[in-house]
Write a protein that binds this ligand. Sequence first.
Ligand code: ATP
Ligand code: ATP
Ligand code: MG
Ligand code: MG
Ligand code: MG
Ligand code: MG
Ligand code: MG
Length: 262
Amino acid sequence: MAKSKFEYVKHFEQHQTLLRNTWIVVRIDGHGFHRFSAEHDFAKPNDIRALHLANEAARGVMLELNDIVFAYGESDEFSFVLKRDSTLFKRREAKIISTVASLFTAHYVVNWGKFMDGTAMKYPPSFDARAVCYPTNENLRDYISWRQADCHINNLYNTTFWALVLDTTATPPTTTTRAQEILKDTTSATKNELLFTKFNINYNMLPEIFRKGSILYRTREKVAVKEAQDGSSVEREKSLVHVGHFDVIGDEWWVNGSGASI
Ligand code: ATP
Ligand code: ATP
Ligand code: MG
Ligand code: MG
Ligand code: MG
Ligand code: MG
Ligand code: MG
């Protein structure tokens, strides 16, 4: 294409390239979801529909970007892990994070009606994104463990908090401020105990998706794609994306499970 005299402005661009031979983790997080979840009547502490919607959006991202080996999601955030030798967008940071964030947002909006049965979207959600490079497998595991520990800590707090606030037998009703005061500086053991004795909730019996978050991972499987001329089906290796809610802090998935291939 012919160059115009304006073309020189292109040289002002600065490209941040993500360090090669490292795991690239892109974490997206919902903007102002405290308000977004309230405005859209998310169930508290966990709206299962919204979690399934986020998982579907993340699946959409993974189906589009094959270099993502797995993803971990909780609350309004998702972390996507790109393989070490990824050359996606020549590892240009801005291209990678903006594409992940916009793909996720687009899939979240497109699938809203399918998951949020009848709740109208009042205003468009948005997600920010950052990328962090982790040089060792241990760093990567610790990163994922950090997010799952965060999921657990927040979920235990939120479950206890909302049990107090939504308790219809309390006179006077427990305000959010009062619930915060009650839970201030309490240990996990105290919260578990409070849930069990006061509300008959065994924390460990709550759905795993709430307690452990969601892991999206791939397997390669032979699938029948179409019928050949002689009527037999043709098999092709296809990357399938699965959703699980299991422990990623321990060794199980990384050493014995499908995470071992990462
Ligand atoms: P920021 O823009 O800084 O990220 P935020 O309001 O999104 O602010 P976060 O720390 O990201 O704050 O927390 C997300 C909030 O969204 C949670 O505190 C929770 O109230 C709400 N939320 C997210 N997902 C769900 C869900 N599935 N069910 C119920 N509430 C949810
Ligand atoms: P990249 O992913 O590198 O951006 P690209 O295919 O999007 O690749 P661009 O340089 O961004 O390439 O160019 C966008 C192309 O999209 C244009 O060349 C044009 O063909 C097409 N396009 C964009 N907007 C329109 C439009 N409104 N009508 C018709 N074609 C359009
Ligand atoms: Mg944030
Ligand atoms: Mg947020
Ligand atoms: Mg968040
Ligand atoms: Mg383009
Ligand atoms: Mg363009």
